[in-house]
Write a protein that binds this ligand. Structure first.
Ligand code: NDP
Ligand code: GDP
Length: 327
């Protein structure tokens, strides 16, 4: 039975990845940062019904000694580094924490693997945000980066450290440059989930209005369940490499609202207000990924359309709010 160590297991991708790995027969060890609220922190794993099937161990990406100890003890065959301060907007408020966790944290984990388990295969959760102010209309592995937020700058450090440890020390280290991916388990602060939660509240009479920021930005949105499949596929290759994972379709926030409100029989124009306070200091206006390399070499393709994704998210948020109203 292979062993996988997953950092960020309590997050959206960590939960779906753990589910995939368990289904494939892995022993899944998840790194969890200690918290006074640890009873609610496993919520996503509980939602998927796998909380008891994973082994959770205390550690922190900013604490190298905890990482070395965990890697030594668990002897993972595969290490997935999904932990991060992952919210772009928060990275302007906490730029140094973002650097410590999202950038140096990845360096810490690479060091732990290099020291304690160099034969393990390593996955780094890189991001399309690294393309930022896009240099090509469709972004592929060959597109130059131009980060636009402290988050993206931190991710770029982690990405290049992954490439560097592969080239310097021969680690089987791969970097997945994933475009936005969402699900009912997406953090409530991200725009898709904020919109689907808003639709549910408005539909159920709990709210009338939804305040958003820049409605013109466009994103290439896929389903997280499809994207964790790509992470796993990358580590099954003989040769480590970097891959863009995307759907190849980009949609504006306005059209996202149209789809989400429309699913609930509502007109977004009656409810959505754009406010300057929610605009970002520097915006990533457009992201559109070219995942031809992953499609050819990994045999990967997204299965869920944006309409299906949004419908699943709206239904999940309606169910959540109905359950709360009944309680
Ligand atoms: P989430 O924000 O849902 O999860 C982040 C995880 O990191 C949580 O488990 C969180 O723990 C953990 N974490 C944060 N700080 C630390 C720390 N100091 N030590 C240990 N763990 C920590 O992110 P997603 O699941 O959406 O994304 C997974 C990864 O992929 C992230 O690195 C993200 O930046 C990246 N990514 C995501 C994309 C997306 O569209 N979802 C696109 C491209 C890249 P806790 O629960 O305690 O907060
Ligand atoms: P990101 O691509 O990782 O930053 O994912 P987000 O879901 O946080 O943001 C996607 C896009 O939606 C960005 O261009 C935001 O500026 C835009 N957006 C517009 N209104 C909002 C909002 O209220 N919240 C968030 N999170 N994003 C918004």
């Amino acid at each position: 039975m292979p062993t996988a160590l997953v950092t960020g297991i309590t997050g959206q991708d960590g939960a779906y990845l753990a589910q995939l790995l368990l289904a494939k027969g892995y022993r899944v060890v998840g790194l969890m940062r200690r918290s006074a609220s640890s009873d609610v922190i496993g919520e996503r794993l509980r939602w998927l019904g796998i909380l008891d099937a994973v082994e959770l161990t205390d550690g922190n990406l900013t604490d190298l000694s905890s990482l070395i100890r965990i890697v030594q003890d668990t002897k993972p065959d595969e290490v997935f580094n999904l932990a991060a301060q992952s919210f772009v907007a928060a990275s302007w408020q906490q730029p140094l924490l973002t650097g410590n966790v999202t950038a140096l944290g990845a360096g810490n984990l690479l060091e732990a693997v290099r020291i304690a388990r160099p034969e393990a295969r390593f996955y780094q959760a890189s991001s399309s945000e690294m393309f930022g102010k896009i240099q090509e209309p469709m972004q592929s592995e060959r597109t130059p980066f131009y980060p636009r937020s402290p988050y993206a700058v931190a991710k770029l450090y982690a990405h290049w450290m992954t490439v560097n440890y592969r080239e310097s020390f021969g680690l089987h280290a791969s970097s997945g440059i994933l475009f936005n991916h969402e699900s009912p388990l997406r953090g409530i602060e991200f725009v898709t989930r904020k919109v689907t939660d808003g639709v549910a509240r408005i539909k159920l009479g709990l709210a009338k209005q939804l305040q958003l920021g820049n409605m013109h930005a466009t994103r290439d949105w896929g389903h997280a369940r499809d994207y964790v499949q790509a992470m796993w596929l990358m580590l099954q290759q003989d040769v480590p490499d970097d891959y863009v994972i995307a759907t190849g379709r980009t949609t504006s926030i306005t059209d996202l609202c149209r789809i989400a409100f429309g699913h609930a029989g509502l007109n977004y124009e009656d409810h959505v207000v754009s406010t300057a306070a929610l605009h970002r200091p520097a915006e990533v206006e457009v992201l559109l990924g070219d995942s031809s390399k992953a499609r050819q070499k990994l045999g990967w393709a997204p299965l869920v359309s944006l309409e299906e994704l949004v419908a699943e998210m709206v239904e999940a948020d309606l169910a959540r709010h109905r359950a709360r109203m009944r309680a």
